[in-house]
Design a protein around this ligand. Structure first.
Ligand code: FAQ
Length: 313
């Protein structure tokens, strides 16, 4: 066996034996590239995902709600940081990845291109968007790449809190006045279908799905996770007292799952292409924040350099 074959064999046995690949280990170039792509998209989603909810921090209806929302949005920045750090272990710097995001060369989740029109949207994001995120991300805690799996373990714990706070917020609204219930229902109507799109294209169109499954990066297909999310969410909607905007949604005893209507894949493709309701605004805001923060990065570097030059005490 030549040395490359031996390395490939070792990689294959590690992955198939459910052990972790670590940064020092040899890995195929395509495995590295797939991880960088997915982790970067995930990191970008976390930091762009701060915008829709950040929009409501100054208008939260009480001090308690404001404190909770600020903590949640800060958590999202932290998730971005864990994920950029995980990507750095694969040899790509945070600067490189941010540059690709800012030039529109890397993606972030379609969901964050929808506007937050009312306070109830904050609840719908927590309940549905974080709920979908957890469904997708719990299996990633068992991803074959160690640093990504470990980052996901921490992130999932915090996402569970996020999901609960969204549910509690919506529950308060849906059990409040008629106007509050209507506001909660309107938010659920607008966020339901985009949340189902977060799981990605149908399996037959998932370009990376099969290979990522073979590499034990993804543990379940896009459609499997979408179904799991629907099955989990329908009973929760009953507790909330809101309906889900899908006339075809019904329990299928034979399958042991809920059937649901067809997603508008044209809309999904348009949003991923950059033509969603808020794509341009989200990216422009992100680039402006980066530019306005340049002085902070410069000051931190200058301070680190000063400390480096100081003689040890
Ligand atoms: N939006 O071959 P596949 C959060 C792209 S949660 C945009 O199936 P893959 C928490 C895909 O990249 C949200 N693009 O791809 C939070 C690929 O394009 P490419 C983030 C999408 O990777 C909550 C092409 O379509 N979560 O942020 C989307 O095997 C509240 C073909 O697709 C993650 O990123 C989409 N929805 O499966 C924060 C989780 N779906 O790269 C703030 C980790 C697909 O060839 C507030 N990622 N595409 O140009 C994953 O699990 C996977 O990457 C999937 C896609 C499942 C998203």
């Amino acid at each position: 066996m030549d040395p490359t074959e031996a390395l490939e064999e070792h990689f294959r046995r590690t992955v198939e034996g459910e052990q972790r690949i670590e940064p020092r280990d040899w890995m195929p170039d395509a495995y590295r590239a797939t991880l960088v792509r997915q982790i970067a998209q995930h990191a970008h989603s976390e930091i762009i995902g701060m915008q829709p909810e950040g929009n409501w921090i100054t208008r939260a209806p009480s001090l308690r709600r404001k404190a909770i929302l600020m903590a949640k949005v800060q958590d999202e920045a932290g998730h971005g940081l864990y994920l950029y750090a995980a990507a750095e272990t694969l040899g790509t710097s945070r600067d490189q990845l941010l540059d690709l995001l800012h030039r529109g060369r890397q993606k972030y989740s379609s969901i964050f291109n929808y506007p937050t029109l009312t306070w109830a949207d904050v609840g719908a994001i927590g309940w549905l968007v974080d709920g979908a995120a957890i469904t997708n991300q719990i299996p990633l805690c068992r991803c074959s790449y160690g640093p990504y799996a470990r980052a996901m373990t921490r992130i999932c714990k915090e996402e569970s809190f996020h999901q609960r706070q969204g549910f509690e917020l919506l529950h308060t609204l849906s059990h409040g006045t008629a106007a509050q219930l209507a506001m909660a229902q309107d938010a659920v109507n607008r966020w339901w279908w985009p949340s189902l799109m977060m799981f990605g294209p149908p399996d037959a169109e998932s370009a990376h799905g099969a290979r990522s499954a073979a590499w034990r990066i993804k543990r379940h297909s896009n459609d499997e996770l979408r179904q799991r999310f629907v099955d989990m969410t329908v009973p929760q909607s009953e507790v909330l007292g809101v309906s889900l905007p899908d006339p075809e949604l019904r329990w299928n005893a034979e399958r042991g799952h809920y059937d649901f209507g067809a997603l508008d894949w044209e809309e999904f493709r348009a949003v991923v292409r950059g033509d969603g309701p808020c794509n341009r605004q989200r990216l422009a805001h992100r680039v402006a924040a980066h530019e306005e923060g340049a002085w902070v990065r410069e000051a931190a570097l200058a301070y680190a350099e000063k400390r480096r030059r100081e003689p040890a005490a």
